[in-house]
Design a protein around this ligand. Structure first.
Ligand SMILES: [Zn+2]
Length: 258
């Protein structure tokens, strides 16, 4: 069971009319992207209307704000289908032929998806802030539900569930391949120990002033005649200083082969 509410989203719970508690024992298998066709401010108002029977778990604003309306462990009403007389019907009662490859036969996709709205209109190009916030949210969701994003499988648009009335949701500018690649890169990079780069540090500033390139190690300590020094390797040299004597920075060339 994952955390109900994303810690970096603004929590705006909606009235019980517009979602179902729990997921009927289903596991989340995919994230569905939507476009709100309106402003971030309008989304909460819509989802909080009595009897509206519409909601999504999240909406990402153009400024990178993330709002959450429904716990990820509850069922939002963003991309529902019903199975009747051996065919899929969309919420307007029209027969649809979903293209989503991981659709579970006869089972409403709302039960096993997380839905993410985005502020704006289908033809909009997402702002950088929106794009980055969406990635951050999708990475968090991947952690909660153990998802690996694959376009058309575990990362889809509403259009793949309802190609009839939602063909333009989220719109033509959403690049699912790129989003999946970005998040895979973020997830892999986060496993590594990152070398901290302190651009305020005396050694870094000295190296930049002397065109010694970028740091190749973190700072390290060594001793000479009972005095402690701090050093750091840069592309072209090893920069060092006696601790406390910060204005006496020196450097020596890296030996050939190091
Ligand atoms: Zn949609």
């Amino acid at each position: 069971m994952s955390i109900d509410w994303c810690p970096f989203a603004i929590k705006r719970p909606i009235i019980a009319d517009n979602f179902t508690t729990g997921r009927g024992a289903h596991q989340v298998t995919a994230v569905v992207l939507h476009i709100a066709a309106g402003s971030l401010a309008g989304v909460y108002a819509t989802f909080n209307q009595p009897g509206r029977k519409a909601s999504a778990h999240f909406c990402v604003g153009k400024d990178g704000t993330i709002e959450q309306y429904v716990s990820v462990n509850d069922t939002a009403y963003a991309n529902g289908l019903s199975w009747q007389n051996n065919q899929w019907l969309n919420p307007r009662g029209r027969v649809v032929q979903p293209t989503w490859q991981n659709l579970i036969p006869k089972t409403n996709p709302n039960l096993y998806t997380v839905s993410v709205e985005h502020e704006g209109f289908p033809q909009d190009v997402w702002t950088t802030e929106m794009y980055d916030a969406n990635n951050r949210l999708l990475l968090w969701l991947a952690d909660q539900f153990n998802l690996t994003y694959a376009p058309r499988r575990t990362l889809i648009g509403h259009c793949e569930i309802d190609p009839l009335d939602k063909a333009n949701c989220p719109g033509p500018n959403v690049n699912y391949d790129r989003i999946a690649e970005d998040i895979a890169a973020l997830a892999a990079a986060r496993q590594l120990t990152w070398m901290p780069i302190n651009t305020d540090a005396a050694l870094y500033q000295f190296a930049q002033a002397h065109n010694l390139g970028y740091p190749q190690t973190d700072e390290f300590e060594f001793a000479v005649a009972g005095k402690t020094y701090v050093g750091q390797v840069f592309n072209l040299g090893i920069v060092y200083v006696e601790k406390g004597n910060w204005d006496q920075v020196a450097w020596t060339k890296k030996p050939v082969g190091m």
